[in-house]
Design a protein around this ligand. Structure first.
Ligand SMILES: NC(=O)c1ccc[n+]([C@@H]2O[C@H](COP(=O)([O-])OP(=O)(O)OC[C@H]3O[C@@H](n4cnc5c(N)ncnc54)[C@H](O)[C@@H]3O)[C@@H](O)[C@H]2O)c1
Ligand SMILES: O=C(O)C[C@H](O)C(=O)O
Length: 343
């Protein structure tokens, strides 16, 4: 049965407002197809909305195992540039992916209170493996933004699947850690009493507990915060996901803030693809800046994806300790992903 929903929409003057809020795009932006895998989920739906508002997207492909026709029909009525197509079930995965420039993956189960992200491994590793096998086949040149947890392991899984398929390009695979940066900025602005829109804080390492290491010593605008406050800010950033999981009390994890963060990172990737200079975001990528093969740090984005993995810059003693402390956990999460993909 053909289940896709196709809704075309025309541009309007209101797009200029959205254009200003999302991108500094010009009148001649290239065609870009973005596919969201897991598009009917808690993250997928608001992410689909935000990508529909992004004028850099010309084609929005919404894939899930269920419920995408409704999401596509709904989002597709928004009068912005992109054509929206919903695809449902494995039979339609190929069509969802063909021609994609960017694939965003929020498919998989979220945490409940008391769980770690690694507790999601058994279910999500298999989902990611299958989706990445399809990406290798149907859109091997696309950038991949991995949201599904545990990101510390799902990104290495994706890399191994791509290597087996003979199309791995380390410049095109990203673990999305933008939510850690979003949280660090919000929490820092509150304590430093500075306008949140002006704040920048790099977050390095990985995306789980102590592997999340915000570098508040490099935060701008600078503020003279005590070491107790910096310790508390670091802990709150590391526990930000758990804070939301507990507040949602069994109804899932961060979805709205994640959709916002995912949309920001996807927008940065699209700008890079389009040749906008000096697009720098933190992301968990293949890396040589530490001894670990995958590591989150600032990354310069360009026409081929990762243009440069930037080094860490000066760390405070507290951050140096945090960096050493995160390495064993991150190493074992990477190894777990590599082993799973090769078994
Ligand atoms: N990277 C981050 O910062 C971050 C932040 C928040 C959540 N997450 C993770 O994102 C994932 C999704 O979270 P959510 O709250 O949206 O969960 P959700 O359960 O609300 O949605 C997940 C969606 O994935 C779909 N899905 C399952 N298997 C699929 C498959 N094989 N192909 C396509 N779609 C499939 C489900 O049908 C569902 O619609 C979780 O693993 C969560 O831990 C990551
Ligand atoms: O905490 C989670 O399980 C979801 C996500 O990784 C987050 O940081 O919010």
């Amino acid at each position: 049965m053909f289940r896709s929903v196709i809704v075309r929409s025309s541009s309007s003057a209101k797009q200029s407002l959205l254009r200003r809020s999302f991108s500094s795009s010009s009148s001649s932006v290239p065609e870009r197809k973005v596919a969201i895998l897991g598009a009917a989920g808690g993250i997928g739906q608001p992410l689909a909305l935000l990508m529909k508002l992004n004028p850099l997207v010309s084609s929005l492909s919404l894939f899930d195992i269920a419920n995408t026709p409704g999401v596509a029909a709904d989002v597709g009525h928004i009068n912005t540039r992109s054509e929206v197509v919903g695809y449902m079930g494995d039979d339609e995965l190929a069509k969802a992916l063909e021609g994609a420039d960017l694939v965003i993956i929020p498919a998989g189960v979220p945490r409940k209170p008391g769980m770690t992200r690694d507790d999601l491994f058994n279910i999500n590793a298999g989902i990611v493996k299958n989706l990445c096998s399809a990406i290798a086949k149907y859109c091997p040149h696309a950038l991949v933004n991995m949201i599904s947890n545990p990101v510390n392991s799902t990104v290495p899984i994706a890399a191994e699947i791509f290597k087996k398929a003979g199309m791995y390009d380390e410049k095109k695979l990203f673990g999305v850690t933008t939510l850690d940066v979003v949280r660090a900025k919000t929490f820092y602005a509150g304590k430093a009493n500075v306008p949140v829109a002006e704040v920048n804080v790099p977050v390095i390492g990985g995306h789980a507990g102590v592997t999340i290491l915000p570098l508040f010593s490099q935060a701008t605008p600078q503020a003279n915060l005590s070491s107790d406050v910096l310790t508390a800010l670091t802990k709150r950033t590391q526990d930000g996901g758990t804070e939301v999981v507990e507040a949602k009390a069994g109804k899932g994890s961060a979805t709205l803030s994640m959709a916002y963060a995912g949309a920001l990172f996807a927008d940065a990737c699209l700008k890079g693809l389009n040749g906008v200079p000096d697009v720098v975001e933190c992301s968990y990528v293949q890396s040589t800046i530490t001894e670990l093969p995958f590591f989150a740090s600032k990354v310069r984005l360009g026409k081929n994806g990762v243009e440069e993995v930037l080094d860490l810059g000066p760390l405070s003693d507290f951050e140096k300790e945090g960096l050493e402390a995160l390495k064993p956990e991150l190493k074992s999460s990477i190894e777990k992903g590599v082993k799973f993909a090769n078994q």
